[in-house]
Ligand binder design. Structure first.
Ligand code: GDP
Length: 468
């Protein structure tokens, strides 16, 4: 279904580039593009073959050439949105692109809202809701593992799993309803018994999937990490070691100022979102180095704390403070005994004893390391994978959940299914069992978008960027 309103936006990132793409979608896209694009061959854009690159010029109302460009026309339904889509590839300068964009507005397009292209693809049935959400996750993926997960969602593997679950519930409903409609056929007891066994298995399957939510959200958003330790313990060396493996990814968070640019490091496929890298990096100036108060506030907001100790020196008062912070902060903790390349293994036992005394399960490991030559890094990776995946992520692959909303829907589905099991145990009639099953079936449909309110759809797409 084509929307009457034709939308237009710059589809490439802001800033300068070799090319920049203006994308139009909607019933009037081709008409608008034809007015502003003259193919070099002299023919009209509408006479050119669809889905082929056409070389020509972009001209304004006075026939003045604004840029040389390539134009591609994709007729409905063979396009990203399933509507008529035109992509104009012009030179990637910000003035050029703004000119071409405003020209499309003057010819009748309106500015696209955030995520509106993908929303149209969803409304036209080209992508289901979970696939549409995955488009952003593919674009924002921070490690190969995050990308693999997002692609599992975009390709529909994940949605198919949800559809299978819904199908299983629907066949249970059909079976029970048949026994209500034909009670004389004596299938009644069998239907309830059969449903009970199938339900138990289904609850287990959905629970296993919902248990992946924590790992999935970390893979998508990164694990908020603080590196703390006294001055000269080796925090910035550790950070540089971790960053050196793969260039840091810096992300601009939509809606915020440049202050909240975030830096990620990739450790064994897990993105760590580092808190205050600038503060840690200011290594030349001792005054700027992270103080105990600051360390405390970082550790408090982190999901993972890497506590660095200099293992060539006796524990100092500052180290004791760091140990106290570790005991109080809420996230997982990994203790790094740094500078193991130098002689002097003086703190391992003392720190272990002090931490063991606190009987803290959040302390996930004590790793001797050298931030200088990289010894111990593999152990750190292994430990992190254990913390995030609990040792079994590879079994899930594309069926991992990466969104809090999806996780919540699965949790609620499990509750509804358990409710139907209770109804069975209480010996109530099939009608009651069917009511709970129907609610669970509808709940699951919110993941793929088959049963969902418009305002939730709007809210999901509003988190996208313009042009997507
Ligand atoms: P920060 O103040 O905690 O950020 O510590 P730095 O990373 O600036 O390190 C302080 C000093 O210790 C620097 O001279 C580093 O080169 C040195 N250093 C850090 N880690 C190691 C290590 O593993 N081995 C050795 N030999 N020196 C290290």
């Amino acid at each position: 279904m084509q929307q009457d309103e034709t939308i237009s936006a710059i589809a490439t990132p802001p800033g300068e580039g070799g090319i920049g793409i203006i994308r139009l979608s909607g019933a009037r896209s081709v008409e608008i593009a034809t007015k502003i694009f003259n193919p070099y061959g002299g023919e009209k854009l509408t006479d050119c073959s669809p889905r082929k690159a056409v070389y020509g010029t972009v001209v304004n109302e006075k026939n003045k050439i604004i840029d040389e460009a390539i134009c591609i026309v994709m007729y409905a339904p063979n396009s990203y949105t399933c509507e008529d889509v035109v992509e104009i590839q012009c030179h990637g300068g910000s003035i050029v692109m703004k000119e071409v964009l405003s020209l499309t507005y003057r010819m009748g397009a309106r500015p696209a809202q955030p995520g509106e292209f993908t929303k149209r693809a969803f409304l036209n049935g080209r992508l289901d809701l979970s696939q549409a959400q995955a488009v952003m996750d593919v674009i924002n993926a921070k490690t190969k593992a995050s990308l693999a997960m997002a692609m599992g969602h975009l390709s529909g593997d994940f949605s198919n799993k949800i559809k299978e679950f819904r199908h299983e519930i629907l066949s249970m409903i059909a079976h029970l309803e048949a026994s209500i409609d034909f009670p004389e056929d004596d299938i009644e007891d069998f239907a309830v018994e059969d449903t009970r066994e199938k339900l138990k298995l289904l609850v287990e399957k959905i629970k296993r999937m919902s248990d992946t939510a924590d790992a999935g959200i970390i893979l998508r958003d990164g694990l908020k990490t603080a590196i703390i330790g006294k001055p000269n313990a080796g925090k910035s060396s550790l950070m540089n070691l971790l960053l050196g493996q793969e260039r840091a990814i810096v992300t601009d968070i939509p809606g915020t100022t440049r202050d909240s640019i975030e830096e990620y490091v990739n450790i064994g496929g897990i993105p760590l979102r580092l808190i205050d890298t600038a503060g840690i990096r200011a290594t030349d100036d001792i005054v700027e180095k992270i103080g105990v108060d600051k360390a405390y506030s970082y550790a408090n907001e982190a999901e993972l704390v890497l506590a660095v100790f200099d293992n060539t020196q006796e524990l100092s008062e500052e180290d004791e403070e760091i140990i106290n912070i570790i005991k109080k902060c809420p996230g997982n903790i990994i203790v790094i005994l740094n500078k193991m390349d130098l002689s002097g293994d003086i703190n391992n036992d003392i720190i272990s004893r002090k931490l063991n005394e606190s009987n803290e399960t959040r302390i996930r490991g004590i790793i001797p390391m050298s931030a200088k030559n990289g010894d111990g890094q593999e152990k750190l990776e292994q430990l992190l994978q254990d913390i995030v995946y609990g040792g079994n992520v590879n079994n899930y692959e594309s069926n991992i959940i990466c969104d809090a909303r999806q996780g919540e829907i699965l949790r609620q589905t499990v509750l509804l299914l358990q409710e139907s099991l209770n109804t069975i145990e209480m010996g109530m009639s099939e009608d009651f069992i069917v009511i709970d099953l129907r609610s669970a079936w509808e709940k699951l449909g919110e993941i793929t978008g088959e049963t969902i309110e418009d305002d939730i759809v709007n809210q999901i797409f509003s988190q996208f960027c313009i042009g997507k």
